[in-house]
Design a protein around this ligand. Structure first.
Ligand code: UD1
Length: 425
């Protein structure tokens, strides 16, 4: 297990590239199960989550190979396996995205329920509701979903849940519907850029999906899909994290290979906080002359500020003079970083899905422990701004979803070292 030693206080400067999107690549890899030809995905980041899903897909009879730095080749070798086991699905919830494609292409899927995770209760009822509407027979057996349907049938489905749309639920139902007989209409679909990218990828395979980027998707089922080559969109969460890292250190940095349109809510909030933002076609530059202004941020489904940058915003606003609030309407319990940020000298109270922040002058270095992917990023950001040497433990959470974040921050001048943690430590 690894930890980071961060010597804070150096403003970040320079240019860094965003990697391909984790949350776009994962459902696309799962959707490759549908294809009857080879699938080349370009811009696939090197992440533990990508490795985990590669293992799941290999056990499902696929060849998954890396070519060069960022290309993944996926091809079905043996179309008979149908089981995705608990040991892998519990490691990464997005593995559950194999359910729709497996069921649609192979007529049967036995996929472990993912269980809870550190950001709270994450049900999959909407995934199952959607697949049932397409005619799947569903049973729960010993912690697994057993889904069966010789051929799915198109249907009209409302996927909206109590806290808005579901991203991977939309992916699961969409990927199942592309091979269903007849037309499917999904209402309350997620409009995240990752879902649009998934839909574009499926259309390139031969699917017939309309309405991408709106909350109503219309899918005319086809009998078969071919192969394709597709480049995954840039990771907007990573890009936002890098911009917030420059902001918290009062530096200036350019994130290239990004899509500024995907970052609108984050960039608006950064401007309101007093930072200067310049946009290019595929890049964003931030200049942070001083501390942020206090702000009220609410994380919402796209096009709102993403819940996946809620923790990083919480870290940044700790240094704003005055009172700020950060509310999360998507995951009410995603606040494990609050106690750790307070160990670094922050003054945050967490109540009712909201972090109420009283700004402090600076963070003070300490040892902190990462609890989940985005909380880890928040602790790294705080460490970059802290006076002295901060240790962030359990950074394997970070490696799940950020491609070499320590190296990218290092290229911007951060003093950050990765070290192996002794077993007894
Ligand atoms: C995806 C992202 C994750 C991001 C989240 C919200 C991937 C691989 N992960 O997760 O990084 O934080 O979207 O943008 O893309 N819900 C239900 N029933 C369901 C499904 C969801 O009630 O069947 C609720 C959830 O508890 C949550 C909300 O709906 O409150 C949104 O969750 P969802 O969009 O499904 O998150 P994920 O797709 O798991």
């Amino acid at each position: 297990m690894a930890h980071f030693k961060i010597t804070g206080g150096t403003p970040l400067h320079g240019v860094v590239a965003a990697s391909g999107s984790k949350n776009a690549a994962l459902p696309m890899m799962a959707a490759a199960l549908l294809a009857d030809g080879p699938v080349r995905l370009q811009g696939v980041p090197r992440l533990d989550d990508v490795d985990t899903l590669s293992l799941v897909l290999r056990e499902l009879g696929m060849h998954v190979g890396r070519h060069g730095d960022d290309e993944l080749l996926l091809e079905t070798i043996d179309p008979t396996p149908t089981r995705a086991r608990y040991e892998l699905v519990r490691r990464m919830r997005a593995s559950f995205c194999v359910l729709g494609p497996l069921l649609a292409r192979r007529g049967r899927a036995v996929v472990s329920l993912p269980g809870g995770c550190n950001i709270g209760d994450r049900p999959v009822d909407l995934h199952l509701k959607g697949l049932a509407a397409l005619g799947a027979g569903l049973r729960l057996r010993r912690g697994y979903v057993v889904a069966e349907a010789p051929r799915l049938r198109g249907a009209t489905i409302d996927l909206v849940g109590p806290r808005g749309p579901t991203v991977t639920g939309t992916a699961n139902v969409l990927t199942a519907a592309v091979l269903a007989k007849g037309t499917t209409v999904i209402g309350g679909a997620a409009v995240e850029p990752e879902i649009v990218d998934l839909g574009n990828f499926l259309n390139a395979l031969g699917a017939r999906i309309e309405g991408l980027g709106t909350s109503t998707l219309r899918i005319d089922g086809v009998k078969q899909l071919g192969g394709t080559t597709h480049r995954v969109i840039p990771d907007r969460i990573e890009a936002a994290t890098l911009l917030l890292a420059a902001a918290i250190t009062r530096g200036s940095a350019t994130v290239r290979d990004a899509v500024p349109d995907h970052l609108t809510a984050v960039l608006d909030a950064l401007r309101t906080a007093g930072f200067q933002i310049e946009l290019g076609d595929d890049r964003v530059t931030i200049s942070a002359p001083g501390r942020p202004r206090p702000l009220a941020i609410t994380a919402r489904p796209y096009p709102g500020v993403p819940t996946d940058v809620q923790a990083q915003w919480t870290a940044l606003l700790c240094l704003a003079p005055g009172r700020s609030t950060v509310q999360d309407t998507v995951f009410a319990h995603r606040f494990l970083h609050v106690a750790e940020l307070n160990r670094l000298g922050a003054r945050i109270e967490h109540r009712n899905a909201t972090a109420a922040i009283t700004g402090v002058d600076h963070f003070t270095a300490a040892q902190v422990t990462a609890s989940d992917l985005r909380a880890s990023a928040a602790l790294v950001l705080a460490g970059l701004a802290a006076e002295g040497e901060t240790t962030v433990r359990r950074v394997h959470h970070l490696d799940r979803g950020y491609e070499r974040l320590d190296e990218k921050l290092g290229r911007l001048g951060a003093r950050i070292e990765r070290r192996e943690t002794a077993i007894t430590a």
